[in-house]
Design a protein around this ligand. Structure first.
Ligand SMILES: C[S@@+](CC[C@H](N)C(=O)[O-])C[C@H]1O[C@@H](n2cnc3c(N)ncnc32)[C@H](O)[C@@H]1O
Ligand SMILES: [Zn+2]
Length: 326
């Protein structure tokens, strides 16, 4: 298929009718026939043109950092047996389990910054991926069926069109220049009483993170190379959500101790890290490579035992369930 021509847009029927111009929120001219070739979608009001290439619509974004640093993993599904249920409960520090508890099957759910998306969520919901990275958006489209290249700061969707919105490890990527606009966009596209669940890194001065922040390699390893320009303390997050009209319904705070998780320790397997930290980092990277997903699940279970004993403001990760006011 040549670039600029396509047979099918990577958008389900349900999400097609909810797309809107990210600049003025008016509807877009869409082909009646899903199989019709399309090169551009045009706004019916401001006439902005959005190119489509190989089924993916680009809503005016271009970001070379995430073109190279976007994620492409597509996660895994879980069987209905006891092992599958335990895996779902422990996976991603309970994030998938929390979503399944809060959001009814069949709901229209947006994932912002999905990377390659989640096969578990694809089975359960009518998912739409909003991804900045040109590589990741293609994986998200193949997992979810619906994905567009766009930024969470300017969503190409109509007001009040989604039942729920989720993200994992996206919020800490949203710098000061875009965070308020992004949270306000999330509120705009959710239905009244719509739910939001986010799993994200939180700043803290305690335990492992407090120590790591004092090391010369911290910014290079944990901020710049990952694009973590939106690290914020828990109380800053609470203010941002409240200002956009969200009430926090559930908060799950984790990784409060030096245990952290294997990906955090594995990140220390770098030449600029020396001594015992490097040795533990190397061991974590090796364990993660050879004994996963079991090793990650086991560390999550250990964190579950330790975290309830420690103060909330030591947490390095949070899951929050928020509800938009009606
Ligand atoms: C750390 S990855 C997390 C991927 C996946 N959610 C996961 O948990 O594995 C962050 C993703 O967010 C995407 N991203 C970063 N900024 C974004 C923005 N402003 N709008 C949409 N996606 C964004 C990146 O391209 C990347 O794929
Ligand atoms: Zn427009």
């Amino acid at each position: 298929m040549s670039s600029g021509r396509l047979s099918y847009l990577s958008i389900s029927k349900g999400w097609r009718s909810r797309l809107a111009c990210p600049r003025c929120h008016a509807s877009l001219e869409l082909p009646d026939d899903m199989a019709e070739s399309v090169q551009h979608l045009v706004c019916t009001s401001c006439h902005a043109r959005y190119p489509a290439s190989q089924g993916i619509i680009n809503f005016g974004v271009n970001n070379t950092f995430y073109d190279h640093h976007g994620f492409t993993s597509t996660g895994r599904n879980f069987s209905n047996g006891p092992v599958g249920k335990l895996g779902l409960y422990l996976a991603r520090s309970h994030f998938l389990y929390d979503i399944a508890q809060a959001v009814p099957p069949g709901s229209a759910v947006i994932e912002v910054g999905p990377g390659g998306g989640s096969r578990f969520l694809a089975e359960r919901y009518d998912m739409l991926g909003i991804e900045l990275s040109s590589a990741s958006v293609r994986y998200a489209a193949s997992t979810y069926g619906s994905a567009v290249q766009a930024t969470v700061a300017s969503l190409p969707l109509a007001n009040g069109c989604a039942d729920a919105l989720i993200s994992s490890f996206l919020l800490e990527h949203l710098g000061p220049e875009m965070i308020e606009q992004s949270v306000s966009e999330m509120a705009r596209v959710l239905k009244p009483n719509g739910q939001m669940l986010h799993f994200f890194d939180v700043d803290t001065d305690a335990s492992f993170v407090g120590w790591a922040k004092r090391q010369p390699w911290y910014d290079a390893i944990f901020i710049d190379s990952k694009g973590h320009h939106g690290m914020r303390f828990l109380n800053e997050w609470q203010r941002l959500f409240a200002d956009a009209g969200f009430a926090v319904e559930v908060r799950r705070l984790s990784c409060k101790s030096w245990l952290q998780d294997l990906s955090v320790w594995g990140a220390l397997d770098q030449p600029q890290v020396t001594g015992i930290a490097r040795r533990i980092g190397h061991a974590a990277a090796v364990v993660r490579k050879w004994i996963n997903p079991g090793a990650d699940l086991a560390i999550n279970a250990l964190n579950d035992l330790v975290d309830p004993l420690l103060p909330d403001d030591w947490a390095a990760k949070a899951i929050v369930l928020l509800r938009k006011s009606g």
